[in-house]
Design a binder for this molecule. Sequence first.
Ligand SMILES: Cc1cc2nc3c(=O)[nH]c(=O)nc-3n(C[C@H](O)[C@H](O)[C@H](O)COP(=O)(O)O)c2cc1C
Length: 233
Amino acid sequence: MKQSASVLAHALFEGRLFYVAPGSCPSIMNFDREKRMTNKPAPTAVAIHDLIAGRWSPRAYSSKPVSREHLQSVLEAARWAPSSYNAQPWRFLVFDRSVDEVSFKQAFATLVPFNQGWNAPAPVLIAVTTHTLTNKGDVNRCAAYDAGAAAMSLVLQAHALGLAAHQMSGFDPNAFRTAFKLPSDVEVIAIISLGHYGDVEKLDPVLREREKSVRQRLPLADIAYGGGWKAAF
Ligand SMILES: Cc1cc2nc3c(=O)[nH]c(=O)nc-3n(C[C@H](O)[C@H](O)[C@H](O)COP(=O)(O)O)c2cc1C
């Protein structure tokens, strides 16, 4: 079978054959003119939409503020996420350094030291919280699922706008709860940093290598079963 050079390049990578859409860039990462890595396409086994394949979790931010228009756009994308009974249990707390540095610093202080390190220049943090109870006071077992769906919409919209977004569970939820006086039925699940891509070369060497490494996932056969637990799909 005749293979194009780009398919062959991926075939040789890690000894596995990855699908490369006709005309797509065979490179595993794209650098722009200012050495910013704006795209890190997943080496997918079959073709998926560019937006989903290209979204990734960068750690190199510039300190350039995010425009109000872009902030509204990513939040609007989250707003239109689906949810069980259309309950929309998610609530987002936006910390924009250029608007309110005091609350930004309070939120930043709840991040674990590792996350504080690479987020030092990040201009925006968005806390993803969810109402854990329904209007009737019952436990909403889909609350976290729905908030996760909204967060995914948010980061996909950020990627579509050319912004960098990185979700984090590495923060102290109790410290966050206290600092921002969360109601008892509200859980804070994640904090998303949002900003413009920065120069990868300014990251420390370990993170720089991780930034350039190929994105990894379990094989499809490990995550999709057909008709029964662990049955082959
Ligand atoms: C809920 C959640 C929590 C995460 N927490 C952190 C974190 O605290 N620090 C971090 O550097 N990355 C964090 N990540 C990023 C993951 O490490 C990343 O999504 C994963 O390695 C896959 O990489 P990709 O998003 O580039 O495909 C988190 C991601 C999610 C979805």
